[in-house]
Write a protein that binds this ligand. Structure first.
Ligand SMILES: NC(=O)c1ccc[n+]([C@@H]2O[C@H](COP(=O)([O-])OP(=O)(O)OC[C@H]3O[C@@H](n4cnc5c(N)ncnc54)[C@H](O)[C@@H]3O)[C@@H](O)[C@H]2O)c1
Length: 310
């Protein structure tokens, strides 16, 4: 199995690369380094600095590496950027995505595993419930719309050209190597700021001073394991979450505890486009033997340790 990982210089893609290497698979990375870092790519792994929007560049990578499988992690991954610049989101996630799918078709790639979003695709998840894969997509942002549309193309490529595919709808993924300077990644942002003794901003769920939005936080190592399982034996759509919701304040308390610090908190109004509550049911994936192995507190401790060591 020869696996091309798009976005393999990024946070999740680099953990996937390590997990696949541990399985003894051959791996290469395609990434334009817009948010990723060259040093995230494991040593010895062929690296192609190519933008997905460059169809000829993508074709060259396929001709050279000849992947049998593709892990598609590269994306314009910010909800906020997608709301500000929907055309940019469209160009990267859908035009770039189509360049990739067409290269898969021309080169007879057997299977593609896609990084979709459970955190944004279902819209608001009512109190006490966890979104299941059978719920219809209700995208609120252009980002979520592009992920839902790409899943539609996967279905079409599966039916017309025989491409096998899996769409993994991630919850809020966190862990070592997450970029604390991006839009997402509250755990990374809190970890870095709290360790430095800087004040942190807590965006409200409804009114400044409340506990903040509820999210399903899933550890990056568990996502990488789900990914290996998907490449080897799954078909279709799966949530990758824990079924548990945590507020932003709970995240902050866990980070502060792990960092042994008492941060100064700035309470801010809700951010436009943010969902109030998102929790995913992981039962479909668990029926295939996957388990979230790293619990919330342990995962946060590991993340804080990573940032402390930097
Ligand atoms: N982090 C999360 O909580 C989360 C949740 C749901 C879905 N996802 C999805 O998982 C995937 C990985 O996200 P991440 O958190 O690791 O983000 P990341 O920004 O660390 O990784 C994305 C990678 O894609 C690369 N990239 C971006 N545009 C590109 C382009 N045009 N051509 C080639 N490479 C390009 C970036 O340089 C980066 O290395 C994304 O598809 C994202 O939408 C992430």
């Amino acid at each position: 199995m020869r696996v091309l990982i798009t976005g393999g210089a990024g946070f999740i893609g680099s953990h996937i690369a390590e997990a696949l290497l541990r399985e003894g698979l051959e791996v290469a990375v395609l990434d334009n380094l817009s948010t990723g870092k060259r040093e995230n790519v494991p040593p010895g792994v062929p690296f192609y600095q190519v933008d997905l929007r460059d169809g000829e560049g993508v074709e060259r990578v396929f001709r050279e590496f000849r992947p049998t499988h593709v892990s598609h992690q590269a994306a314009q991954a910010s909800v906020k950027v997608s709301v500000e610049d929907p055309l940019l989101d469209f160009a990267v996630n859908l035009v770039g995505g189509m360049n990739l799918l067409e290269a898969c078709r021309r080169h007879g790639v057997e299977k593609l595993v896609f990084a979709s979003t459970g955190g944004a695709i279902y819209g608001e998840v009512p109190e006490g419930e966890a979104a299941e894969e059978t719920w219809p997509p209700r995208p609120k942002s252009p980002y979520a719309a592009s992920k839902a549309a790409f899943e539609g193309y996967l279905s079409a490529y599966g039916q017309n050209y025989g491409l096998r595919w899996v769409s993994l709808r991630y919850g809020n993924v966190y862990g070592p190597r997450q970029d604390p300077h991006g839009e997402a990644g509250v755990v990374a942002i809190f970890a870095e700021r709290v360790l430095k003794g800087e004040p942190v901003t807590l965006y409200a769920r409804r009114t400044p001073g409340d506990e903040g939005c509820v999210r399903d936080y899933v550890y990056v190592g568990d996502v990488a394991e789900a990914h290996t399982l998907a490449l080897l034996s799954l078909e279709g759509v799966y949530n990758v979450g824990t079924g548990e919701g945590h507020t932003t304040l709970e995240v902050l308390k866990a980070v502060a505890e792990a960092a042994l610090k008492t941060p100064e908190v700035v309470h801010a109004p809700p951010r436009p486009g943010d969902l109030e509550r998102s929790v995913l049911s992981p039962l479909k994936l668990m029926a295939h033997g996957w388990r979230p192995r790293v619990g919330f507190r342990e995962g946060i401790r590991l993340t804080v340790e990573h940032f402390r060591g930097r």
